[in-house]
Design a protein around this ligand. Structure first.
Ligand SMILES: [Cu+2]
Length: 196
């Protein structure tokens, strides 16, 4: 008898939990582990962007994805000079060859100075140097928790004018403001919302 009553109650209770869960899913993230499913931003990821050189030719691509630990940037490119090269996130999603000055300064919503080793640093757009092989290729995944692809956040790469992924001719010294003494901008990719 009591078991039968219990069974009658369980069904509606579970239904209610589902309804409550569905209503809250497109607002704040409740469980970090569920972010990929719950956060609206992730419907737009991964974002795949072409990378172009100073001649405007495609030399590679990058894929940006996001989970609860941050943003992962998978960079693949070729035809580069071997050695270490700086790579940064710049503040404007516009790559106009040959100098890519159109991408603006480093992405820096926190108004810091440049460089991981700078006591007044660092920019949210600062990233560790790339290692280009003797064949002139790079295939690396860079992870950063300092930016997001979630719109509306102050550190979102998908702000009104987007952002850019920029590779420089030289190595980032991680200390010289504002750009790590990294030399010319030689490769650029526009990080903008899909459909732009
Ligand atoms: Cu840069």
């Amino acid at each position: 008898m009591e078991v039968a009553i219990l069974k009658k109650l369980i069904g509606p209770t579970i239904m209610l939990l589902f309804i409550v869960g569905a209503c809250s899913s497109n607002k704040d993230i409740v469980e970090p582990g569920k972010q990929k499913e719950a956060a609206p931003v992730n419907a737009e990821t991964p974002i795949n962007i072409p990378l172009i050189n100073a001649e405007g030719e495609k030399v590679g691509e990058a894929e940006l994805s996001e989970n609860s630990k941050g943003v992962a940037i998978h960079v693949r490119a070729e035809g580069l000079e071997p050695g270490k090269m700086a790579i940064h996130l710049h503040e404007i999603g516009k790559c106009t060859p040959p100098d890519f000055q159109s991408a603006g300064a480093h992405f820096n919503p926190g108004h810091k100075e440049h460089g991981f080793h700078n006591p007044k640093g660092y920019h949210a757009g600062d990233l560790p140097n790339l290692e280009v092989t003797a064949e002139g290729k790079v295939d690396a995944v860079i992870k950063t928790a300092d930016v997001t692809l979630e719109r509306g956040k102050p550190n979102s790469l998908l702000d009104k004018d987007g952002s850019a992924l920029v590779i420089h001719a030289g190595e980032d010294d991680y200390v010289t403001d504002p750009a790590g003494n990294a030399g010319d901008r030689i490769v650029c990719g526009e990080i903008v919302k899909k459909g732009n």
